[in-house]
Design a protein around this ligand. Structure first.
Ligand SMILES: O=C(O)CCC(=O)C(=O)O
Length: 279
């Protein structure tokens, strides 16, 4: 597959900071993902202190072949190549977002914690598509909120002021504590919209977007969370090198069987990056 920088996907991503690929996961792969992920979803509340995700689902103990089939899909990989404007791209890890047994809020943030301001400026202004993140829904999912267009600029004064109101709360906090600050934490963020994913839909988004999430105990959530990184920018951006040490088992991937024509090369480039930066 070759990238098409003029694609509608690329234009939409540049403008909004995200694209929603409806029905990206074929029914047969979706069925396999449910079979592979339901045990993790059911075990969620024994995974740790207030668990909301399983970070490394490719580890041998939890691997299911549908995870490799999912990572090899043409439609999602072609979209990522178009957005990044390269197929010299690597796998960026794969987690499963599982919701929470309590009603909590993941506060408004951009994924730039501890980032050097110079690097952040370069990423906002020169190489904004170097990292593409994904939320792919295995069951319908309305947890995520985003501020479209916020990926290509610094914070507005309104965003700064609004976000600062929650500074005494945690990254994840109980809905009652959040509502004591603001009754409608999601809609009150200027420009915010809710992302409505049907099972099989994939959202590809820029992690610099302002985003937040709601987790409700009655929602059945099982959303694959991964992405793609532009190998050409690894030297430049620490955000792209984050997490390289999280999946040591991927250095000997025979247990996964056939990886396909997309996931195979994505993983090979990931292994090269681990060897270069994380070993
Ligand atoms: O639960 C989600 O969809 C968002 C998670 C998130 O914001 C993050 O991991 O940075």
């Amino acid at each position: 597959m070759t990238p098409d920088p003029t694609s509608q996907t690329r234009q939409d991503f540049d403008r909004q900071g995200f694209v929603q690929l409806k029905g990206a996961i074929p029914i047969s792969v979706l069925a396999g993902l449910r079979e592979g992920l339901d045990p993790l979803r059911e075990a969620r509340d024994s995974l740790g202190d207030r668990p909301t995700r399983y970070q490394t689902i490719l580890e041998p103990e939890h691997f299911h072949h549908s995870f490799a089939d999912f990572l090899d899909l043409d439609v999602t990989n072609q979209a990522a190549f178009d957005i990044i404007d390269s197929s010299n791209v690597m796998f960026a890890g794969l987690a499963c977002l599982l919701g929470c047994a309590e009603h909590v809020v993941c506060r408004w943030h951009r994924d730039t914690a501890n980032m050097d301001p110079v690097e952040l400026d370069l990423l906002l202004n020169q190489h904004p598509n170097a990292l593409v993140q994904s939320n792919c829904a295995v069951y319908d999912d309305v947890s995520l909120w985003v501020v479209p267009g916020s990926h290509r600029r610094g914070d507005t004064p309104e965003e700064e002021t609004y976000s600062a109101r929650f500074n005494d709360l945690g990254f994840l906090d109980d809905i009652d504590a959040v509502r004591a600050v603001e009754a409608d934490v999601f809609r009150a963020m200027p420009g915010a919209i809710n992302v409505e994913l049907k099972a099989g839909d994939c959202l590809l988004y820029n992690p610099l977007l302002w985003h937040a999430a709601e987790y409700r105990p009655e929602w059945k959530r099982c959303t694959l969370h991964g992405g793609w990184k532009d190998v050409r920018r690894l030297d430049q951006f620490s955000l792209l090198r984050w997490g390289l040490a999280h999946n040591p088992w991927l250095m000997e991937p025979d247990y996964m069987g056939d990886l396909g024509t997309n996931f195979g090369p994505l993983l090979a480039r990931y292994q090269q990056a681990v060897t270069r930066y994380a070993s």
